[in-house]
Design a protein around this ligand. Structure first.
Ligand code: 5CA
Ligand code: ZN
Length: 409
């Protein structure tokens, strides 16, 4: 699949700092030291509805990860998937009497537009589940051959016992895992499974549903976790730097993915850090396609809201926090954008050399975007009150905000 166009990232004077970020598996901050090429996998959308503010907030977090790395002059191998075949997509297409491929293409196109408008850096490899199927089948076959997978009425399941490290990503106990598995696409109640938590790797073809050639597995379609594992192993290999997504992906998705990969390769870990963004809510509940309590990026754009203001709304919250979208959040961002624009539109201003370092320090410290905004606010306030004579300062501030926060002033 093609991704979306990249916006330019201005180079800043000096060099950025190494990223310290919260890793779900260890429960603490880790310093990510990726070497010259940083490798990151961020779980993509299931394209059955438009991009909402919750998605945008999660992608914003991983966009910041890349901006910190780019500032340290590293190259980045960034991979993202599109879950363009899965139950929710088929259910929505059936409900609306629409072809599922048309639905997926339309929503993926809208996602690309939203990401472009928000100036999110595109992945180098943007891969759909359907196009990954030829790579998924041999992995499932290998898991079967090694005894890490088994067949139940034609469906193939992964045996969580095959990975000695199972459970280490989320750190949850068995009961919590069982509850979340039932909530998030698993089938712990299905009789005949070796362990109720075992996730499906390959679903045998169902009447009236799309299916693909599965070699020795028979016709069917892939399970959710193996999709991301196949794509990540193909483009990044084991031990990549960051696996990212919203906190609802820690279990079962990232837990199972890590176990699939570790059982396949005998190596550990799948990813060096598992990074999870908080959930954005609306009216007291997590924004979710299934609940329907959504504010779409595209709706706001079509109402004339500037993408830069949407982005500033996201940046005003720490990526790990759960927070609520309200009209006030947007109003504050619109006002901040106007203040910043006025401040950088003057020919000179207070010195900005300290500001670059403050923003760098804030972001390298577990992506503390609110602290970065506060630093820019302070410079803008100084510009408003006393001004300054540094001729380069407004340009430096503009480029800093652009390069590190993805906001064009
Ligand atoms: N296709 C899978 C991942 S392989 C998937 O979870 N798709 S999704 O469309 O449901 O979600 C895409 C990303 O947005 C995921 O990282 C998910 O954790 C995140 N996300 C979904 N809802 C919210 C929310 N309300 N707040 C923050 N992030 C969210
Ligand atoms: Zn995924």
């Amino acid at each position: 699949m093609h991704a979306w166009p990249a916006s330019d990232v201005p180079a800043l004077p000096g060099k950025g700092r190494d990223l310290r970020i919260h890793d779900t598996a260890t429960g603490g901050l880790v310093t990510v030291d990726p070497g010259p090429v940083a490798r990151i996998y961020v779980c993509g959308i299931t394209p059955y509805d438009a991009t909402h503010l919750g998605h945008a907030a999660t992608y914003n977090a991983f966009d910041l990860v890349q901006r910190v790395w780019l500032d340290t002059k590293r190259q980045i191998e960034y991979v993202q998937n599109v879950t363009d075949i899965d139950d929710p997509l088929l259910e929505r297409a059936a409900r609306d009497g629409e072809d599922w491929t048309g639905l997926a293409e339309r929503e993926t196109a809208l996602f690309r537009e939203d990401m472009t408008a928000l100036r999110m850096l595109p992945p180098r490899h943007y891969i759909g589940a359907v196009e990954a199927i030829p790579g998924i089948v041999p992995l499932v076959e290998r898991l079967c051959d090694s005894g890490a997978a088994y067949v139940l009425d034609g469906d193939v399941y992964f045996s969580v016992e095959a990975d000695p490290h199972f459970g280490e990503v989320s750190g949850l106990d068995a009961e919590a895992m069982r509850l979340l598995s039932a909530e998030r696409g698993g089938d712990p109640e299905r009789p005949g499974k070796k362990n109720p938590l075992d996730p499906m790797l390959w679903m045998a073809a169902r009447e009236g549903e799309p299916s693909w050639e599965g070699g020795s597995l028979g016709p069917g379609r892939p399970g959710w976790h193996i999709e991301c594992v196949a794509i990540a192993l193909d483009h990044l290999g084991m031990g990549f730097d960051v696996q990212g997504g919203g906190s609802d992906l820690a279990f079962p998705h990232h837990e199972m993915g890590a176990s699939h990969a570790q059982a396949l390769t005998g190596e550990h870990p799948f990813a060096k850090a598992y990074v999870h963004a908080g959930m954005v809510g609306l009216d007291g509940a997590k924004m979710s396609k299934s609940k329907g309590n959504l504010v779409f990026v595209s709706t706001l754009r079509h109402e004339g809201v500037e993408p830069a203001a949407i982005r500033l709304s996201l940046l005003a919250h720490h990526y790990r926090a759960d927070w609520e979208w309200t009209g006030q959040v947007l109003e504050t961002a619109v006002a901040r954008l106007a203040r910043w624009r006025a401040a950088v539109s003057r020919p000179d201003g207070p010195s900005a050399s300290g500001l670059v370092e403050e923003v760098r320090e804030a972001l390298s410290n577990d992506l503390d975007a609110p602290a970065a905004l506060a630093a820019v606010d302070r410079w803008a306030a100084l510009q408003e009150t006393t001004g300054g004579t540094d001729e380069g300062a407004p340009g430096v501030v503009s480029r800093t905000v652009d390069a590190l926060l993805g906001v064009a002033l």
